[in-house]
Design a binder for this molecule. Structure first.
Ligand SMILES: [Cu+2]
Length: 99
């Protein structure tokens, strides 16, 4: 199963969390490291059938537990590289590059 939802419309970027293969440690964020402009709101959507979270490594943002099709959005006001992971499955990682 390989479902990705990437939508760049105006100042919004959609990131889907998806399960690429069994076992669960293969779950991943896609795209992995999109580059966006400062001021962009990034929305993560859980396209998987198990819960995930989106947690900034540096404590910049933190979602609640997202069930299937639930969303989390964060607006990146400043430039930098923001790494994040799923607190339920710490091997699920990604980053957002803000310019
Ligand atoms: Cu997860």
């Amino acid at each position: 199963m390989m479902r990705k939802s990437v939508c760049v419309a105006g100042l919004a970027v959609m990131i889907a969390m998806l399960l690429t293969a069994w076992p669960i440690v293969m779950a991943s964020f896609g795209p992995q490291a999109p580059t966006v402009a400062a001021g962009t709101t990034v929305t993560w959507t859980n396209r998987d059938d198990i819960p995930h979270t989106v947690v900034s490594v540096d404590g910049v943002f933190k979602s609640k537990v997202l069930d299937t099709d639930e969303k989390f959005s964060y607006t990146f006001a400043t430039a930098g590289t923001f790494s994040y992971f799923c607190s339920i499955h710490p091997k699920m990682t990604g980053k957002i590059v803000v310019q």
